[in-house]
Structures are given as C-alpha cells and as structure tokens.
Write a protein that binds this ligand. Structure first.
Ligand code: COA
Length: 374
C-alpha cells in the first residue's frame, strides 16, 4: 500500500538517492559531494564547485583552466538568440527572460544525444548570465553589449557586464561566494522538477527550462527579491521591529525565513550575512543592514525562525549595486550547475518518475447530455 502524503508537500519523503549533495544532516549541514559548503565558499571558486558538481571531484589546476576556458567561450550568444532577447519587453520579469533564452538556445544548439550533455551544460552555465545582461542593457538603454570579457570567473564577469567596468576584487569575491552557496541543494523544488523532466528522457534544455519556471515562485527562489522589498519598506530598525510584529499578528509570511528541511539553521545564511556586513560601506547599505538585523532578531524572538540563504543575500546584492529583479536570475546562473548534475545523475540510472495519487473526488456517476443540464 502507498504511504499517503496529502497536504504535506512530500516533506520527509525520500524520493530517490543522490551522490551530489546532502542537506540537513544534524539539522543544519550542507555538503556538496562530501565537502562542507561554508569551506567551499571560503576557499574555492564557483568554477571549481561547478566542476565538482558536474564531474564528481574537484578539478586539478589544468582541469580547472580548461573548464574556465570552455565557460568563457560559452559566454558568446548566437545572433538568433540575441534577436529573441531583443523582442522580449522591458516589462518582462528577468526570470521569464532566462526561461525563454534557455528554451531558445535548445532550438539553436539542441542536445541531440546524451553524449553531448556536458557540452550543453557548460554552454548553459556560460550563456545564462550573458542572456540576462544582454536583455537588461538592450531594454534599459538600447545598448547591444558584447557578452565576452577577459574576467576568468562568472562572478567578476557578471559584475563587469552589469556595471560596465571591472569590479572591485572584494565585490567579485562576495558574488562568487554567493554563487557557490546557491549552486546546489539536493531535491529542492526546482531540481526535482528538472529530474522529473529528465526522467522522461527529455533534453537538458527542457529540464533546465522547467527548473527555471519552478524557481521563479516566491516560496522558492523568488524569496530573495521579496526579502529586499521587505527591507526597503522600513526606514530604521525600530520601524522594522514594529512592522514585522504586525505582519506576524496578521499571520503573514516573512520571506527569507524558515526552511522546509533545515530545522536548526541554514548553514549558508551566516556566510552571506558576513559578506553583507563586509560590503555595507555606505550609509544606505548600512541602514539596510540594520533593518535586516532587526527583522532577523524579531523573527528569532517571536517565531523561533532563522533566516535562510535568501534573506541576507538581499542586502549583500543591494550593496553590490545589483537591481532587485536580477536577484533570482543570479540564483539561476548558479543553480544551473546543480540542475545539470542532477540531470546527469538521473540519466545514469533512470526510471520514469510517476507517483500515484489517492482519488478523493466524486464517486462513479452517469453522464448527462448537455440538453439535460440546467
Ligand atoms: N514567516 C512566518 N511564518 C512562517 C514562515 C515565515 N517565513 N515560515 C514558516 N512559518 C510558520 C508557518 O506559518 C507555520 O506556522 P503554524 O504552524 O503556526 O501554521 C510554521 O512556521 C511551519 O510552516 P510551514 O510552511 O509548514 O513549513 P514548511 O516547511 O512548509 O515551510 C517554507 C518552508 C520555506 C515554504 C516556509 O518557511 C516559507 O514560506 N518561508 C518563506 C519563503 C522563503 O523564504 N523561501 C525560501 C526558502 S530557501
């Protein structure tokens, strides 16, 4: 007999095995292929982590150099993809731009056989930031930017394309750490969507497109944008405490807090919180951080809830001069490495994912022709 899981959102149900990451050991640990995420964020680079996720081991110096070269080449967009990006309205949400861009790339450079999966994954990791920033500058300033740069890492490349100047090393390092934190998270909703798609033996672009659509929602990736909107609502810490207490009294959700798996704390949160503190150099950033800390204290005291990775990502990204609508797309640019690794893993030992449902609708009844229905 099947276990019944209605209304539980499948919490606590093991839906398969994975060797890519482990979430929530001891209520708070996160490891990518056995490596602690905080140590990776402190000591490695996003490219090393992407390689680890895709290939199973950390790269040697030569392997990393070759992988970086491949990623740098993958930043160039095909002209037909650029033309599609130009047709997307400025009013579109940037997540929809990435969803469309990923799908379009799949028509121009389809993954014809699974032998091509590594090429297709590297291409997506390199091209997604380019798609986002090409569309962003075209629709904001009618500028067709060059999406190549000589920055070796995705983080510095992203900031350079966004701000049109080489980033400070500390800014590139902060974004790099954030990409590492966002790169992978076991069977979260978007990764599970990617695996369900991959299990039909569909192509990588379809799996990633499904994942982007799933990540878009405010209960998943969209929480970092909502956290920023919340922080911006308050002028100072006192106003934030009052405002959050009122929200809780109205039983509203405070975005960026709580987690479906971690019950004692999100190990990514202290890492990005420290970066948010380091980056807060001007009055505006310092004020936003003070508001964020006040919200955090109030949530811990009143609800016993801790911030998840999305909460302090908001003031950190703000201090890097990143516009709020680009927050969740940055999550995509990182998580695509994890999604691709899961697609590879699913394919390596595949079975169609097809759970059953317990029917709770009306019992059997005869059909009444249209003319007899009032
Ligand atoms: N703000 C206020 N209350 C919250 C909350 C939040 N962010 N997160 C959980 N709670 C409360 C719920 O209201 C519920 O309280 P109740 O038992 O009195 O009804 C209790 O905590 C359990 O919540 P539940 O939604 O069942 O837990 P979950 O495991 O399904 O939730 C999330 C996980 C992430 C969906 C949830 O914490 C949430 O909505 N957070 C905000 C969105 C967010 O930050 N998402 C990014 C996740 S990385």
């Amino acid at each position: 007999m099947n276990a019944r899981v209605d209304g539980t959102g499948l919490r606590g149900v093991s839906a398969g095995t994975t060797a890519i990451s482990s979430v929530g050991a001891d209520g708070k640990a996160l490891r990518y292929r056995g490596y602690d995420v905080a140590e990776l964020a402190a000591r490695s680079s996003f490219e090393e982590v992407a390689y680890l996720l895709l290939y199973g081991e950390l790269p040697t110096g030569a392997e990393l150099e070759a992988f970086r070269d491949e990623l740098a080449e993958a930043r160039q967009l095909p002209v037909d993809l650029a033309a599609v990006l130009e047709a997307i309205p400025a009013s579109a949400h940037p997540m929809d731009v990435l969803r469309t861009g990923c799908s379009m790339l799949g028509t121009l450079e389809p993954e014809r056989t699974f032998e091509e999966q590594r090429r297709a994954a590297t291409r997506l990791i390199g091209a997604l930031p380019s798609m986002l920033l090409y569309w962003y500058h075209f629709t904001r300033a009618a500028r067709r930017i060059a999406t190549a740069s000589d920055e070796p890492g995705a983080a510095a490349h992203f900031l350079r394309l966004l701000h049109d100047e080489p980033p400070l090393a500390s800014h590139a390092r902060a974004l790099d750490a954030s990409l590492i934190l966002y790169a992978e998270h076991e069977f979260n909703a978007s990764t599970f969507a990617a695996r369900v798609c991959a299990a039909t033996l569909s192509d990588l672009h379809s799996a990633v497109t499904a994942a982007i659509g799933t990540l878009r929602g405010p209960l998943h990736g969209g929480a970092n944008e909502q956290a920023m909107a919340l922080i911006e609502r308050f002028t100072d810490a006192e106003a934030a405490v009052r405002g959050v207490e009122e929200m809780l009294a109205r039983k509203e959700r405070v975005m960026g807090f709580g987690h479906a798996v971690y019950k004692q704390g999100d190990p990514r949160s202290p890492v990005i919180e420290r970066w948010a503190e380091k980056l807060a150099r001007d009055d505006d950033s310092r004020r936003k951080l003070a508001v964020a800390h006040a919200i955090d204290r109030t949530m811990r005291e009143r609800k016993g809830l801790f911030p998840n990775v999305d909460f302090y990502s908001a003031p950190a990204y703000h201090a890097l001069g990143i516009p709020t609508p680009l927050f969740t797309p940055i999550f995509v640019c990182a998580r695509v490495a994890g999604w691709a690794a899961h697609v590879f893993e699913q394919r390596a030992d595949n079975r169609l994912i097809r759970p059953s449902a317990e029917y709770v609708g009306p019992g059997p009844r005869p059909y009444r022709p249209l003319a007899e229905r009032a």
